[in-house]
Design a protein around this ligand. Structure first.
Ligand code: TXD
Length: 319
């Protein structure tokens, strides 16, 4: 059986890391696209030259023209500009919305059967714009944010408890913004819910609240440290986990920005919710029960996403 074809639209910090991780996991052949001359060509060649040392087989190539993504099975989109210190994710809309329209057209023309994972910020609005611009079915276009936000939450909890990250599960709902909803009740260690771990004196409620706050601001913490851009290792690893679930039909239950048609009382909006990702794309949106305070936090996050999408509709009314 021929190898899968993975197209990476955007060969920057995240794009380059995606290419390396996809190669290491032997997910398929990789084509990197970017508007910057030489970057996709140089990075793909450099990673190909690492393959004998790292021991993986994959064809890697770089291009500045969309036709080379022809027939891709998975398309991961990081094209656009990242934040700099002092910028909010919504400050990126003006530039990145236009990029999503271009990328959407390229995908519609050359890879209409692909599973598309959008990473570009502001994520919940950009994935909405990408789906509209590409015209692909909504269950084949998702946004990557929840896996990253949950990974940050899981890492901070594993560090707090001094346990393996492998045994920490966590859930984050809502938009990829400071009002995202880390769900304490649905997170824990090896099935022991966080509230029980507080009762067992593994930690205190104050420390859990501080970890939730650090998770919400996780992106900004790295932007302020790096100064020249935003996080890229964990975002890339998170998108690769989603792509792997699609390519290998793993039916992972993962948090992802998925199109809602009434779930959680939301219609025609992309929002971070638990989904099952398999060979058909988003195969199920999972509606978990929320208590009053969780629902209130989700409603706040929904309002923020609706504001971002309204701004996109103003800029690009024909989307
Ligand atoms: O969790 C998440 N979803 C976020 C997403 C986590 C971290 C970063 N997040 C966002 O991903 C970030 O705010 C940016 O919007 C994207 C990509 O971040 P990255 O760090 O990879 O940005 P780079 O290194 O600037 O790479 C962007 C590349 C760069 O090489 C540009 O030349 C290219 O995008 N670019 C384009 N490619 C194709 N088509 C167009 N129009 C285009 N414009 C720029």
């Amino acid at each position: 059986m021929a190898r899968a074809k993975i197209a990476l639209i955007g060969a920057g910090q995240i794009g380059g890391t995606l290419a390396l991780l996809a190669g290491l996991k032997e997910l398929g052949d990789i084509v990197m696209f970017d508007v910057a001359e030489g970057i996709p060509q140089g990075k793909s060649l450099d990673i190909a030259e690492a393959s004998p040392v790292l021991g993986f087989d994959a064809k890697l190539s770089g291009t500045n023209s969309y036709e080379v993504i022809e027939g891709a099975d998975v398309v991961i989109v990081t094209a656009g500009v990242p934040r700099k210190p002092g910028m909010s994710r919504s400050d990126l809309i003006g530039i990145n919305l236009k990029v999503m329209e271009q990328v959407g057209a390229g995908i519609a023309k050359y890879a209409p059967d692909a599973f598309v994972i959008c990473i570009t910020n502001p994520l919940d609005a950009m994935v909405w714009a990408l789906q509209k611009a590409s015209g692909l079915p909504t269950h084949k276009v998702v946004g990557m944010a929840g896996v990253l936000d949950s990974a940050r939450f899981r890492y901070f909890l594993a560090d707090e408890f001094d346990v393996s990250v492998e045994d920490v599960t966590a859930f984050v709902l809502g938009g990829h913004g400071d009002d995202m909803v880390p769900l304490v009740r649905y997170s824990g260690v090896a099935g022991i819910p966080l509230p029980d771990l507080v009762a067992m004196n593994w930690t205190t409620q104050e420390r859990v609240d501080a970890i939730v706050d650090r998770t919400r601001k996780g992106g900004g913490e790295i932007v302020n440290l790096l100064k020249t851009g935003s996080a890229f290792y964990a975002p890339a690893a998170s998108a690769i986990e989603m792509a792997t679930s699609y390519l290998r039909d793993k039916k992972r239950l993962l948090p992802a920005a998925a199109f809602l048609s009434g779930e959680y009382g939301v219609k025609d909006l992309y929002l971070g919710v638990p989904v099952i990702i398999g060979a058909k794309g988003v195969e199920r949106v999972v509606e978990i029960s929320l208590d009053k305070s969780e629902r209130a936090m989700l409603d706040k996050s929904i309002a923020s996403v609706q504001e971002l999408v309204a701004e996109c509709r103003k800029i690009a009314p024909d989307l």
